[in-house]
Design a protein around this ligand. Structure first.
Ligand code: NAP
Length: 324
């Protein structure tokens, strides 16, 4: 089978397609024929070798994908060959023709969801759900700022929050990004390249938002307090550097800053997330917006794109859609 293989950490070009042995499903493991694989920023951090988690070399990147169950181990109880599924992590990596997963890393794809959409589910929707509901405990009627609403997690956060009757503002750094945040359901959209957008958000929320989901904390955490309400909560989802920060800001507003990494979510919380995702997809209020597709051999271009370009939806790798 074909797989993208990383033999040394480094720039996107270290990813090359090779012929490798197809894995076998044993025990509680599920072998999935990948139709589409999701590309997430974390895949690029891991490939660079600078991330907290560094897999043993050589390895195949990717945690998210959608496809069809090819084979199951004898202890698997929840899936059978032929099931349409998405992955929430993988043992062997998802940038490949086949991926091997633990049974707990697999979720059923409702019939109304395409494989392309399925590849854009796990990391963005699970992260957004955990930030909004398991960390910030968002309630109907509250005001929310999704600071970075044009990418995978931001779009997911808007869709979850609107379904739970929050009033949602989103930000983006391009016209396309602002359009997609509006399409996802944001009540108001602001341009985060405009220095004054913090005041505009404060004005929109009549004094400050209750919750901020922050995609670039090293850039925004200090100034977020300009548009946060008293007793407000901030969830740090993304950060790509350090910041000079005054803790007095947290004190004065009696605020709470949560950190989160999806990797740390306990299994009960993950089960709750899978169930909520299935319901949201089946009911149709969750819908990944896939905007850019690359072939498996173009994985390096996809990695450049997700880090260097403005976001306006999900980036995926088309692995085997021609065979569907
Ligand atoms: P993505 O699709 O690449 O989107 C990146 C988002 O960040 C875009 O909306 C982008 O907006 C926005 N952004 C850029 N500059 C910004 C600024 N100055 N202020 C606010 N937002 C800004 O990535 P993603 O999948 O949505 O992930 C978003 C971040 O969360 C990434 O850093 C990722 O690593 C992190 N993440 C963390 C976890 C976790 O467990 N903690 C899980 C998943 C993702 P424009 O491009 O429109 O400027």
């Amino acid at each position: 089978m074909r797989a993208v293989v990383v033999r040394e950490y480094g720039e996107p070009e270290v990813m090359r397609v090779e012929e490798v042995e197809k894995p076998e499903a044993e025990g509680r493991r599920v072998l999935i024929r990948v139709v589409t694989a999701g590309v997430n920023p974390v895949d690029t951090y891991i490939r660079s070798g600078l991330y907290a988690y560094a897999p043993k070399l050589p390895y195949t990147p990717g945690k998210d994908a959608a496809g069809i169950v090819e084979a199951i181990g004898p202890e698997v109880t929840r899936f059978k060959p032929g099931d349409r599924v998405y992955t929430a992590g993988s043992i062997t990596g998802t940038y490949a023709d086949y991926t091997l997963c633990e049974e707990d890393q697999v979720g059923l794809l409702p019939a109304n969801v395409s494989f392309e959409e399925g590849a854009g589910i796990w990391t963005p929707y699970a992260t957004a759900y955990r930030a909004l509901f398991q960390k910030a405990k968002c309630q109907a009627g509250e005001t929310l700022l999704v600071h970075g609403a044009s990418g995978g997690v931001g779009i997911a956060a808007i869709q979850w929050a609107k379904n739970s009757q929050l009033n949602v503002a989103g930000t983006a750094g391009s016209t396309d990004g602002m359009e997609i945040a509006t399409k996802a359901g944001a009540d108001a959209v602001f341009d985060h390249t405009n220095e004054d957008h913090f005041a505009a958000v404060k004005n929109w929320s009549a004094g400050g938002v209750n919750v901020i989901i922050e995609m670039l904390a090293n850039e925004n955490l200090e100034r977020d307090f300009e548009c946060l309400s008293m007793f407000g909560r901030i969830v740090v989802v993304g950060s790509r550097g350090s910041i000079d920060f005054s803790p007095r800001l947290v004190m004065t507003k009696d605020a709470t800053i949560y950190g989160m990494s999806l990797f740390n979510a306990p299994s009960d919380d993950l089960r709750e997330i899978h169930a909520a995702i299935y319901e949201g997809l089946a009911e149709g209020f969750l819908k990944p917006f896939v905007v850019r597709k690359f072939l498996l051999e173009d994985a390096p271009r996809a990695h450049h794109e997700i880090i260097e370009s403005k976001a306006f939806g999900k980036i995926v790798l088309d692995v085997n859609s021609a065979k569907e």
